[in-house]
Ligand binder design. Sequence first.
Ligand SMILES: [Zn+2]
Length: 214
Amino acid sequence: MGLNVVILGPPGAGKGTQAERLAARFGVPRISTGDLLRDAVSAGTPLGELVKAVMARGELVGDDLMVEVVRERLARPDAAEGFVLDGFPRTTAQAETLERLVDGRGALTVVELVVPEEELVRRLSVRRVCGACGINADPGREAGSACARCGAQLVQRTDDRADVVRERLRVFGRQTQPLVEFYRRRGWHRTVDGTQTPDAVAAELAAAVAGQRA
Ligand SMILES: [Zn+2]
């Protein structure tokens, strides 16, 4: 049976990093929605052309199209043994569709990284990203210093300011709560304390996933 994992968590919870580590540990692809859309566009498939047109108009990719992109990605050979999804599903409608997509591939494990709001605000307010290549800088780097990858200047994202962060977290909570409830009712929902060190989070996450498989 495959390792089918969905990672949930608010901005700043370390979801991307942990999804990457978990995927590497179990030898399955990490599938993030951002990467999915970029891949679809660069692959130049008919579906990719559709996505490109939507993004060129500055619109958000709708539910139906997003589901098609995920369906195409999960059908690729490297996802045959499983996947770690990060950023999808976002709605209960998408969650229901995902259930159909993975039908026959084994259980779905949903792990939520839980971090209190105050800690998220603190983490995001000190986060610096590269203004050119967009990677997150190592903790403690100041705005204006050089990106370790490309040498461009590090900046604070305007949506990482404390007041904006609180609003982002409120919106995220409103959108995600129904999804959490959906998975709780299914009995597939696990939580991991995201305030621990990255290594401890990774270990607990791996244990939660392995426990579900057993
Ligand atoms: Zn850079």
